[in-house]
Design a protein around this ligand. Structure first.
Ligand code: DGY
Length: 322
């Protein structure tokens, strides 16, 4: 009798979903969130045939060196900048992500950050909790309306498109910039106009970043790009931290060259740049744009389905990056 292959799940997920692997695999799931060192991760990967990992597992040649049985790494995220696809490819190991199932939750959250940052919700809540609310001021806590303003979306994949569709409810014209232009029918459905990056930065009142992090997009928003934006603009990042130069962003916010920002992701997270922490005109959250129960369950399900399918136990559920 041949023994079952084994799957390692790097973090607590949804046990009933992961249990779908059990008829076909030995499953070992981490009971708590752990930040593995490179050597610990290498040892875990060396002991399994499939791994379901999260963004904090950075899988490259070093971590794969002893992974002689490993055949697939299923990422519990749509972004996969934590995976070195070249190293995985060279080792003949497949990779998959969790495309699509998180689009709507992330789009909702991007809007929450835009509205929260525009209406100063973070600072107002901190002020109230600090017991400073003694009288309601007619001209206190004035924010900015988003209605009717121009929304610029940098990165117009499925999440960008879900964000654009929501703009119709706020009566906001949408500009977008993307590696490639969308088909006309999609542009019509999203009521979005394709423009160059410089035009988008110059003309938008609200800018949302929804780009993947690649060597080409690293610091796509740095000092030069911030200088092109309106001083009244609000910037939202639900993509990846490295896309924005956080020090340059903090300087622009501090000096009034940008009105506000809503950030879910940071360079070098979970560390957050101290200059950002010191500012009141930025709304910060710990990389939770996809964190709803339904969406995190769906992401787990896609990763499980991808492993099952890879071993011939069902159709693929996601769009594997390689
Ligand atoms: C993703 O899926 O890439 C998100 O950033 C994780 O929540």
């Amino acid at each position: 009798m041949t023994s079952k292959p084994s799957v390692w799940v790097s973090r607590p997920t949804f046990p009933d979903v992961v249990a779908r692997l059990e008829p076909h695999f030995h499953v070992s799931a981490e009971p708590e969130e752990t930040k593995f060192t490179s050597a610990e991760l290498a040892a875990k990967l060396a002991g399994c045939d499939a791994a379901i990992v999260g963004l904090k597992e950075r899988v490259g040649a070093t971590e794969l060196a002893a992974a002689k049985r490993l055949r697939i790494v299923a990422n519990l995220a749509v972004g996969y900048d934590n995976l070195d696809l070249a190293a995985l490819g060279a080792a003949g190991i497949a990779a998959s992500n969790t495309a699509d199932v998180l689009n709507e939750s992330v789009a909702d959250y991007a809007w929450a950050l835009l509205l929260g940052a525009s209406r100063r919700m973070g600072a107002a809540e901190r002020w109230l909790r600090a017991g400073k609310w003694h009288a309601t001021e007619f001209k206190g806590w004035l924010g900015t309306d988003v209605r009717g303003r121009t929304l610029g979306i940098l990165g117009m994949g499925r999440i960008g498109q879900a964000i654009a569709r929501r703009a119709q409810g706020f009566g906001m014209p949408v500009l977008y910039h993307n590696r490639s232009r969308l088909p006309e029918a999609t542009e019509r459905e999203c009521r979005a106009s394709y423009v160059g990056k410089a035009t988008l930065l110059r003309e938008s009142d609200c800018i949302m970043l929804v780009l993947p992090l690649t060597p080409e997009t690293r610091h796509a928003i740095g000092a030069a790009e911030l200088a092109q934006m309106k001083s009244t603009a609000v910037l939202v990042n639900v993509a990846r931290g490295g896309i924005v130069d956080d020090a340059a962003l903090a300087a622009a916010l501090r000096e009034g060259r940008l009105a506000a920002a809503g950030l879910d992701v940071f360079e070098g997270e979970p560390r957050v740049h101290p200059d950002l922490l010191a500012l009141d005109n930025v709304l910060l959250s710990p990389h939770i744009a996809s964190a709803t129960t339904d969406t995190r369950r769906a992401m787990t399900s896609v990763a499980v389905d991808n492993v099952l399918a890879f071993f011939g136990h069902g159709p693929h559920a996601g769009h594997p990056p390689n």
